[in-house]
Ligand binder design. Sequence first.
Ligand SMILES: Nc1ncnc2c1ncn2[C@@H]1O[C@H](COP(=O)(O)OP(=O)(O)OP(=O)(O)O)[C@@H](O)[C@H]1O
Ligand SMILES: [Mg+2]
Length: 304
Amino acid sequence: MEKVIEAKSISKSFSGVKVIQDLSFFIRSGEIVGLLGPNGSGKTTTVRLLNGVITADAGHIRVVGLNPFTEGDTLRRRCGVLTESAGLYRELSGEENLLFFAQLYGIKNAVRRVKELLSDFQLTEHKDKKVSIYSTGMLKRLGIARALLHKPQILYLDEPTTGLDPEGARDLLEYIKNLNQKYNVTILLCTHLLKQVQTLCHRFIFIHKGQLLEEGTLQELEDKYLRELSLKVETDLSFHGQSFESYPILKKEPGAVVFRVQNKEAIPLLLRKILKKGPLYSAEICGRDLETLYFKVREAHKHE
Ligand SMILES: Nc1ncnc2c1ncn2[C@@H]1O[C@H](COP(=O)(O)OP(=O)(O)OP(=O)(O)O)[C@@H](O)[C@H]1O
Ligand SMILES: [Mg+2]
């Protein structure tokens, strides 16, 4: 698939401090990519570089073939961005904010588009309130509505769910997925909420201190970093000793046992052996979630 975002060896310093160092990555058309890293690792700075708000000191960035810094105005007509501050006018109402930006972007049928977005983000009943009295969740939803006004082809979402309640976060993630599936919007999402984005993103880019740590799909990360598997088996059987039929037992819990297995291929055989002895209610591979993988990646690179 076509690469719509390409960053090659980019670096950026603020007052002599390097915050992005020799960072390279790409994003293909139609992907949802999670840009993940701890506080201060350079996620927001990366988005600002991609959107041409600031310029890199070195390296090369192309977004839909354009240079974000020298062709920023053309580029920003095709990109939407939700920043941490959202950039809304507090003294205007929600609706006035959207209408103002719609006008600024030269959007046709602005009134209809604004109405549609207010409804999509459950803001219709709050449209006349001043933004200064909006709740965190309402502000976030209005910020995203603003980013979507001009139906961008690429969307940068910087911490989109921070401050949202579980229901709000779930609805928003569902909306993002839908945008991607229905309209093929390419999405770069910065977050530390790994659990939320594990199933949403097609691929992940891990950064640390402005450098690329690792990138890949969940499956690729699993193949690379999960050398041995832990399998949690729910059963009434009691196991004695440190192993069962040469499978090491890592942990015994009430009603469950955790085994170490060399690879996935070893699992059916183990399960058959257990079933011969008694009931087995469920079996689950532990530690293949994004958060565990993230810590394994961090651990593997900690001396770099
Ligand atoms: N305009 C600026 N001037 C000086 N330093 C800056 C500026 N913008 C960012 N930084 C510094 O660059 C580093 C990376 O910041 P950035 O905001 O990109 O991190 P982040 O990964 O988005 O963090 P968070 O998860 O907290 O949002 C930080 O050390 C920050 O203090
Ligand atoms: Mg940030």
